[in-house]
Design a protein around this ligand. Structure first.
Ligand code: HEM
Ligand code: HEM
Length: 162
């Protein structure tokens, strides 16, 4: 692994693509929730494009996250800016690690509920969706803190390859 001073173009594209794909997973999840509740009541469900999209986009997110992890392990990632206090560096590191983990667990738990009928897994999926929102909120706050309080221009690292 090299010691890059910035993210590569692929790392940047993948970051924003995953961020974008998460939006419809939250905004258009109602048909999936309804179908799941119907299955739990033992009712038949009718096919729906939005249900298929939730599954397909979900697995695409997992593939992109795995690709990101491979890039991170082979090419590496830039170190946090020197201006950041050690405790905040640790918070950033943990948040990034948890974002990857929660994204992967979301897809695995969703898949286990939907394809293997594991009911407890749907509960895990729901908890993970809330956790993801909290982590993304913390992540965005961190980026804004860097940008406007520490003035490290951190967001440029996720815009321009370096
Ligand atoms: C990163 C990918 C995913 C995200 C962000 C996501 C997000 C969501 C959200 C926000 C809900 C509504 C939960 C609620 O009621 O609070 C939901 C429900 C559901 N999703 Fe996903 N999902 C993802 C991937 C998947 C995949 C790949 C599958 C299946 C193969 C799946 C199956 C389900 C099922 C069965 C439900 C209804 C049961 C439940 O509410 O837990 N999801 N998903
Ligand atoms: C408006 C929304 C967002 C902004 C402004 C933003 C900004 C950034 C910035 C500036 C970095 C680089 C941090 C550094 O160089 O130390 C970063 C990294 C990262 N972001 Fe975001 N992000 C956003 C949304 C998201 C979302 C939705 C996710 C995942 C669901 C996400 C996951 C990550 C991860 C995992 C990293 C670490 C990359 C690595 O080093 O492997 N981000 N983000």
């Amino acid at each position: 692994m090299s010691n890059p001073t910035g993210y590569s173009a692929s790392q940047i594209w993948l970051h924003w693509l995953v961020a974008l794909l998460i939006v419809p997973q939250f905004l258009l999840n109602e048909p999936m929730g309804q179908a799941w509740r119907a299955i739990e009541r033992g009712q038949e469900i009718s096919p729906s494009v939005l249900i298929t999209a939730h599954v397909v986009v979900g697995f695409s997110i997992l593939a992109l996250v795995l690709w990101r992890l491979v890039l991170r392990m082979t090419r590496g990632a830039p170190p946090p800016p020197a201006e950041e206090a050690p405790a905040l560096k640790l918070v950033g590191k943990i948040t990034h690690g948890l974002l990857y983990l929660v994204l992967a667990l979301l897809v695995v738990s969703g898949g286990m509920a939907w394809f293997a009928g594991v009911k407890a897994s749907a509960g895990v999926h729901e908890v993970m969706t809330s956790l993801l929102l909290v982590l993304v909120g913390l992540h965005v706050l961190g980026a804004l803190y860097h940008q406007f309080v520490l003035k490290t221009n951190l967001i440029a690292r996720m815009k321009r390859p370096g």
